[in-house]
Write a protein that binds this ligand. Sequence first.
Ligand code: MTE
Length: 309
Amino acid sequence: MLIQRPTDIPSSEITPREHYEGRRAFLRNAAGLALATTLPRAFAADRLTGRPGPYSTTETPTPFKNVTSYNNFYEFGTDKADPAANAHRLRTRPWSVVVDGLVQKPRTFAIEDLLRLAPLEERIYRHRCVEGWSMVVPWTGFPLAALLKQVEPLGSARYVEFTTALQRDTMTGVGWGSGLDWPYVEGLRLDEAMNPLALLVFGLYGEVLPNQNGAPVRLIVPWKYGFKSGKSIVRIRLVEQQPQTTWVKANSREYGFYSNVNPEVDHPRWSQAKERRLGELFKRPTQMFNGYGDQVAMLYTGMDLRKYF
Ligand code: MTE
């Protein structure tokens, strides 16, 4: 077997990543279209592209297969493979998102209208779970701030509470004994939510968000541990007091409200100094704010980040 060394390969034969990624997506899409003629619409791979947005990392994206088969979505089970196996049951249409609370103009957005609210962008972000693994994902969406501005927050609004879907008949993991309080609720301070990095996400890899990743709409807050990014959101409420979030209620000693990625603050049961990037052999050092300090560190000026973990 002759393995070509890089210098042996003429540059004309090296396909730029965006081309082969595009081609893969095209092939998936073509397969999707073929299937769509015989299967219900929900099974087709729908394209959802956005123009390249700011703040994208140049790191290599984690393969589509890993991003969509190694998930946390406890409503569908606690095993990493459970969401991909079970979330096809989630009903994603009709879908609407209520945006209310301390706002001038409360509104209910049908998902179709929400999608058209602002130009879609592709943002390639690092995604770090509190459990110690990480990925790089090309998300499609627009800044959460674009939605919040539409409803005109009142001066008294200080926090934003995100409530995610609870479909007891489709969600196999929400029975008694699951240990969590449903629906899954998360929260941010209003200035965190208004930060341009906080993204309302509708797709990944140029396709409509797969159910296991939080279809039809989820949040991505790349400088925080992944559990702050609620999936399948149905309500966004502006409030005065810090919201009671699912994980803080479940175990406030282990999962703080802020939960900014911080290699210096260990989880009580494991170190956060390093992380395992999916697909890589060796662990890599975890970065403060997951590498987004330039954009977000000013949000925490004067705060002891060890106390507000
Ligand atoms: N949202 C809901 N509704 N339910 C969940 O169990 N898990 C969180 C977050 N959002 C979760 C959720 C956790 S722990 C992580 S790490 C990310 O989703 C995982 O997102 P991913 O599966 O797309 O990588």
